[in-house]
Design a protein around this ligand. Structure first.
Ligand code: BGC
Length: 458
């Protein structure tokens, strides 16, 4: 990784330490959304569960996350990214303990809502925090550490579910999240606040000191000047309503559009329901389904690493457009495989391969690049609020897709369900082609300037 090596040499290492620890918020996000797939199988041993109660337990996290992202962004703009992330870690730990110790379904639902709140808060603040401490040349892959952590978290959840399945240990599955939550809290206690947020709040000396510390050099005048210039130019007062200003509207459309497209192209039908899809494709043994699911989790992690390697070299747009095109093709093929599998048994393996290629395409494009772009494209004064709003749209879309997937399967069958996601992926490609900006190598202040000038030129 030349880019990584070069930036490692040229800047302080603290940036990478900060990105890794803040990324633990992503690991908990992935773990807590993934863990339920295994845990839900054993809840019925301890509780009497209606289908509806189970649905609420499963999707409670998504509701909590939508709310958390909405308030989290705003709180991070008001009180600072670091302060919010410390509180978030405590919320993650509390949610894990409540779920693990739940003596009734009501308490379990409360626990899942608390965990969701943590996920939402972290999705509203982690990408922005990493983006604001990173140097432009490395920002692509450092922010993508968030997505990498999500995918590792999902994989970890599959592994933990598998490991505790024999003792039906659902309490362990939920409770183990306390460990990364504690490391996350400890890490954030020792890390500095975002220098950009400090400057915006008028703490210029503190901002300069943090910049010098994270860049590993006292020569940070240029970067400080650029930050101060952009603060002076900002017309926003830091309220959510500022987002409706003409200069910010295009950025808002891009962020919200990508948020919705990231979900309605169906990724979580595969992430949350992989064993079910695999079994309905004809691989009936449970161990075969679990193995294929683990394979999908591994592909997701590996291809995210490939994306991180490419993102600061080839740029955001080429990766985004190539990956979404791959999603379109694999969704069409997945639909075809289901369509024909009635006649030919071997097509079930084709379906599994299509799912892996689909996840691979997502992992190099909409997965990391959505979280990256929404941490880059908004001006400092409203950055976290706007990022949080985009994340909220992402969670609400996630909820809609998760709640409708099984109904769609029954109503129109798997082929048409995947073709529908394929059609929406074509929409995502066209949207990205016309609207997604290239942010590679630019400073956050140059990106702000781009939107303002863009508006000016109209
Ligand atoms: C999405 C999640 C998804 C994950 C899969 C993230 O970027 O926001 O909804 O589960 O990627 O890797």
């Amino acid at each position: 990784m030349n880019t990584i090596a070069a930036t490692w040499k040229g800047t302080g290492r603290l940036v990478y330490v900060a990105a890794v620890f803040a990324g633990l918020g992503g690991l908990l996000f992935g773990y807590d959304t993934g863990v339920i797939s295994g845990a839900q199988l054993f809840l019925k041993n301890d509780f009497t569960l209606s289908v509806f109660t189970l649905e609420v337990i499963v999707s409670g996290v998504l509701v909590g996350a939508a709310f958390g992202a909405l308030i989290g962004g705003r709180l991070a703009d008001l009180f600072g990214r670091r302060a919010l992330l410390i509180v978030t870690a405590a919320i993650f730990a509390t949610g894990a303990i409540v779920c693990a110790a739940a003596s009734s379904t009501t308490i379990l639902i409360i626990g899942r809502l608390i965990v969701g709140l943590g996920i939402g808060l972290s999705s509203g603040a982690v990408p922005v925090y990493i983006s604001e401490v990173s140097p432009p040349a490395a920002r692509g892959w450092t922010v993508s550490l968030f997505q990498l952590s999500i995918t590792v978290g999902i994989l970890l959840a599959y592994v933990v579910d598998y490991a505790f399945a024999a003792i039906q240990g659902w309490r362990w599955m939920f409770g183990l999240a306390v460990v990364p939550a504690a490391v996350f809290a400890l890490g954030m206690l020792f890390l500095p606040e975002s220098p950009r947020w400090l400057a915006r709040k008028g703490h210029r000396d503190a901002a300069r000191a943090v910049l010098a510390r994270i860049r590993g050099s006292a020569d940070v005048e240029d970067e400080m000047l650029e930050i101060e210039r952009s603060i002076a130019q900002a017309k926003e007062r830091g309220r959510l309503s500022d987002l409706l200003q003409p200069s910010l509207r295009s950025a808002l459309v891009v962020g919200i559009g990508l948020a919705v497209f990231q979900q309605v192209t169906g990724i979580n039908t595969v992430i949350y329901y992989a064993p079910l899809i695999i079994q309905s494709a004809g691989i009936s043994s449970a161990s075969g389904a679990i193995l294929a699911t683990a394979g999908i989790g591994i592909v997701n992690v590996l291809m995210t690493i490939v994306s991180m390697w490419l993102i600061d070299r080839v740029g955001r747009r080429p990766l985004l457009l190539t990956g979404i095109a791959g999603m379109v093709v694999t969704l069409v093929m997945l639909g075809l495989a289901f369509h024909m599998s009635i006649q030919a048994g071997w097509l079930s393996s084709v379906a599994v391969i299509c799912m892996m290629l689909y996840v691979a395409s997502f992992a190099i494009s909409l997965g990391p690049i959505f979280w990256l772009l929404i941490s880059e494209i908004y001006p400092l004064t409203v950055r976290s609020s706007a990022e949080g709003l985009s994340a909220t749209f992402n969670w609400v879309s996630n909820l809609v897709v998760s709640l409708t997937f099984l109904t769609l399967l029954q109503a129109i069958g798997p082929s048409w369900t995947f073709w529908l996601y394929g059609l929406l992926a074509i929409g995502a490609w066209v949207f990205s082609y016309y609207l997604a900006p290239e942010t590679k190598g630019r400073t956050l202040e140059e990106i702000e300037e781009f939107w303002r000038k863009n508006r000016h030129d109209e």
